[in-house]
Ligand binder design. Sequence first.
Ligand code: PBG
Length: 340
Amino acid sequence: MTTGGRPAGGPAAGFPLARPRRLRRTPALRRLVSDVRLHPADLILPAFVKEGVSEPVPVSSMPGVVQHTRDSLRKAAAEAAEAGVGGIILFGVPAEKDARGSAADDPDGIVQLAIADLVSEVGGSMVVMADLCLDEYTDHGHCGLLTETGDVDNDATLERYASIAVAQARAGVEVVAPSGMMDGQVGAIRAALDGAGYPDLPILAYSAKYASAFYGPFREAAECAPQFGDRAGYQQDPARSAAEALREVALDLAEGADAVMVKPALAYLDVLRAVADAVDVPVAAYQVSGEYAMVEAAAANGWVDRDRIINETLTAIHRAGADLILTYWATEVAQKLRRA
Ligand code: PBG
C-alpha cells in the first residue's frame, strides 16, 4: 500500500514529520479545528440618538452609520435584537449644550427618553447600556466641567457623573459605561447608584482608554469635538506600556467595576491581551469609529475585501482576549453569523 505516492511505513528521509497543513486542507477541517469564534451575543452595537430631528442624519465620515431619531433607533435596536446582538450602547446628542452638560442628567433629556424607548422595545432580549460622559452634552466638548483656567476639573466632574448615573438608572438603563477617564469615576458612580437604590446595576468601565486619533469620526457622529485643546490631559498616552492600563483596570475593579474595557481595539491588542490575562471579569474592546471608517473608505475604493477585513479584525480582537466587542458592524455581522 502506498500513501501519497510514497511507500507505506513512514515518510521518506528528508521530508517533514509534522505537517500543520494537514488540518488546513479543507473548509470542513478548518471549521472543525477553529477555536476563535465570534458569536452575536458577544457583540454590542453603539448607537447615536439625536434630539429634535424627524429623519435619521447620516454621519458622513462613517458610511452606514446615522444619528437616529427616537423612532429609527427603536427600529435599529429591534433589528439588532432580532439578529441576536447582545447589547446596545447609547450616545445622546442633545439639541442644546451648555458648560455643565445639563442635558446629560435631565430626566427628559434625549438619552433618558431613548433608554426608556429601548427598554420597552428590546429589554429582556438585548442589554440596554448607556455611555456615561459629558462630552456629548457640553458646549466646550470636553468630558468634564472646566476650571477657570480651562482645565478639566476632576472632582467637580465626578459629582456630575454621579448624577448622570442616577438619571440613566431611573430611565431604566441596564448597564452604565463611564468613558470620561476621570480618576475615581467608577467609585463615585457606584456610591451614587447604591445610594439611590440601584445596587444591582452593573458598571462596564472604559478603564484603559487612550487619547486616540481613531475617535475622529465619532466626534462628528456625537458632535463632541473639543472646542479647544485635546483630551490628552485625561485619556492615556499611547506611548506608555500596558502597565499603566493594568493600573487603571485594577483601580476600576477596586472601585467596583463589573467589567472593563480597552479602547480603541486594533492598535491596542497588546493591551487587550495583558488586561485579559490579568483579570477575571468580562473584558470588552471597542472597535472605534476610525477603525470602522478606515475599512469602509478602503472598501469603497475597492482596495480591500470589506467582509473579510471585518471578520478578520473582529476575530483578532476576540483572539487577543475580548469577551465582548463594541462594533458599528454588530448587526450586520450578527446576521451573517446566523446564516453561516
Ligand atoms: C466619550 C467617548 C468617545 C468615544 C466613545 N465615548 C470619544 C472621545 O473620547 O473622544 C469614541 C468612540 C468611537 O470613536 O467610536 N464619551
